[in-house]
Write a protein that binds this ligand. Structure first.
Ligand code: SF4
Length: 352
């Protein structure tokens, strides 16, 4: 009789291979793995570490300072995703700036921000554009729309980043990358295949329980074979070539630039900025923002958390001074942040 194949859960629970560190590159994976209780299935030699894939978390303090400069010094209305409002800047957060009279408007997309600008011609409006390959096309589309609408009161403060530089900087920090499925849906899988040839193993994972269990089971099974590997475990969404339309749009409107990542420092060519042709929509050029050196709270270890060098619970202010109500660093604010996941799913309670 044919032997029954093991389920993904059985492979994970029964793993008897060598110790392995798997990096959840994407903050949504961190949260989903906690929420679904998958961590409880892992044998002790399987360690999950967080990575730099939360857009709000990797955005440096200086970006918040730039936004506050626009809001308070130039009286620009800031349109932003809600998470960014409570991220501490050097002196204050955008929430603090709002108390000092800054106009901060929460939106759910760059298109909302462009519409707000169109509906409020008396205001100068800047959208805080953060995120990775997944969100950059939407920012580009909003600029195109502003041009079509003939409005000149809309701009982007761009801190968009691309993942290849981060993978390069993170080489050696984990045995297996759990690649972010939504980024790969845009970029395709060629880079991951190249990384596997260079000795960096990884699997692309989706976001449902079944997809995450499958990706982890495949990662563990392949890791035991002892050779670098890449497997696309999210084929219903991720293809080899990704989305050519999204890639073309970004190529037409943006160009690579050096970019500062919280914790990783400046990574050459890892950021995006609007091309010269679109400079009227570039808030840094439009408002001549001076260079700003951000200062993070010295107690905060977000930088180490984002590189998998420590767990949120290793930070001495975790769950004490730093909580979701009173965040000290970005990783406790964001809905995708590792510190907020650890806090929400009881790690702070365990430390009492
Ligand atoms: Fe930063 Fe708070 Fe996380 Fe510590 S617990 S690393 S202070 S966000």
């Amino acid at each position: 009789m044919e032997e029954r194949k093991k389920t993904a859960r059985e492979i994970i629970e029964g793993y008897q291979g060598p110790p392995v560190r798997i990096m959840e590159v994407c903050g949504t994976h961190t949260h989903e793995i906690f929420r679904l209780g998958i961590r409880k299935l892992l044998p002790p030699q399987v360690e999950l570490i967080s990575g730099p894939g939360c857009p709000v978390c990797v955005t440096p303090v200086s970006f918040i300072d730039e936004a506050i400069y626009l809001a308070l010094e130039k009286q620009v209305t800031i349109c932003t995703f809600g998470d960014l409002v409570r991220v501490p800047g050097s002196q204050m957060s955008l929430a603090g700036a709002r108390e000092k009279g800054a106009k901060i408007h929460i939106v759910y997309s760059p298109a909302d921000a462009e519409k707000y600008a169109k509906d409020h011609p008396e205001e100068q409006v800047t959208f805080l554009s953060v995120g990775f390959e997944t969100t950059t096309p939407a920012g580009c589309l909003s600029v195109k729309q502003a041009k079509e609408d003939g409005i000149s009161n809309y701009s982007l403060l761009v801190a968009n980043k691309t993942m290849p530089g981060a993978y390069e900087a993170l080489k050696g920090s984990a045995d297996v990358f759990l690649y972010p499925g939504h980024v790969n849906a845009i970029t395709g899988t060629k880079l991951c295949e190249e990384l596997a040839k260079e000795g960096v193993s990884g699997v692309v994972a989706g976001f449902t329980a079944k997809e995450l269990l499958t990706a982890l089971a495949v990662a563990l099974a392949r890791f035991q074979e002892g050779r670098p590997f890449f497997v696309n475990c999210y084929p219903r969404v991720v293809t080899e070539n990704g989305s050519p339309q999204a890639q073309k749009l970004v190529e037409e409107m943006m160009e690579p630039c050096d970019s500062e990542w919280r914790g990783l420092g400046v990574i050459k060519g890892s950021g995006m900025r609007l091309q010269e042709e679109w400079s009227a929509f570039d808030a840094r050029k439009k408002y001549k923002i001076p260079p700003i050196q951000g200062k993070a709270n010295p107690a905060c270890r977000c930088g180490d958390v984002l590189q998998g060098k420590c767990k949120p619970s290793d930070c001495k202010v975790f769950g004490k001074v730093c909580t979701p109500q009173h965040p000290v660093g970005a990783c406790m604010v964001s809905g995708e942040g590792a510190c907020s996941a650890y806090y929400m799913y009881g790690e702070a309670e365990k430390m009492k």
